[in-house]
Design a protein around this ligand. Structure first.
Ligand SMILES: *Cc1c(COP(=O)(O)O)cnc(C)c1O
Length: 224
């Protein structure tokens, strides 16, 4: 089999994306050269989940100031400042305390990041996120935070759901966003982005289906 190029994979995804859905290229575990290749093809939005790795790549790509960086990994409290300094979008704010910390540090840094609140709509021990009841309860305090732009919700489907269960989960996330008046929906990855896009996702976060290989895990990455 002839292996596809990044350009072919990007083109195939772009052809299938609805007009209302943007592509977030998840570049974690892939080198700056792979990001540069996609940037030269017009891709601007990139998602990273590990701070140290992202810092190194952002430095290598300093000649591309138009790139739009999204933090999608678990956000530790002690990493909020460096993340807020380097990322305009945070997809993984999963508690009121974390949102308050982001707001306080954003004020000190003179920035106003776009925040997507991570929600957990099905039981999943592997993932964080607001339960819908907790999000509704925290909502008045969240929306009063002055230095974050609350733009949307982010969710991930637990492993092991079938297609119908994923569709129902994505529909639930879209309904919760509508209820709260939030426009952005970050849902869908390499294995389920078509379903998420059909359910109204505005950001599909695609890594392996775009970069064409498995990302390097942190120890392998750190060895480069
Ligand atoms: C790695 C990652 C993705 C991309 O996963 P793929 O299956 O490679 O497309 C999307 N979202 C989050 C939060 C991730 O950590």
């Amino acid at each position: 089999m002839v292996s596809e190029s990044a350009a072919e994979r990007l083109e195939a995804i772009r052809r299938q994306l609805p007009a209302s859905t943007q592509l977030l290229a998840v570049s974690k575990g892939h080198p700056a050269a792979a990001i540069r290749e996609l940037a030269e093809l017009g891709q601007r939005s990139f998602g990273e989940s590990r701070l140290q790795e992202a810092i190194a790549k952002q430095a290598e790509l300093a000649d591309w100031p138009a790139l739009d960086w999204h933090f999608i990994g678990r956000l530790q409290a002690n990493k909020v400042r460096p993340v807020v300094q380097r990322f305009a979008w945070l997809h993984s704010v999963d508690s009121l305390a974390l949102a308050e910390r982001v707001a306080r540090i954003a004020a000190e840094e003179g920035v106003c990041p776009k925040v997507l609140l991570q929600v957990k709509l099905r039981p999943d021990p592997a993932k964080g996120g607001f339960a819908p009841e907790d999000l509704r309860q925290a909502w008045p305090q969240l929306r009063a935070l002055p230095t974050v732009q609350l733009v949307g919700l982010m969710t991930m489907a637990p492993l092991g759901l079938d297609a119908a269960q994923r569709k129902s989960l994505f529909a639930d996330c879209a309904a919760l966003a509508r209820e709260l008046g939030l426009e952005q929906l970050s849902m869908g990855m390499s294995g389920d982005w078509q379903e998420a896009a059909a359910a109204g996702s505005t950001w599909v976060r695609i890594g392996s289906a775009l970069f064409g290989s498995k990302p390097l895990s942190p120890p392998a990455w750190d060895a480069i």
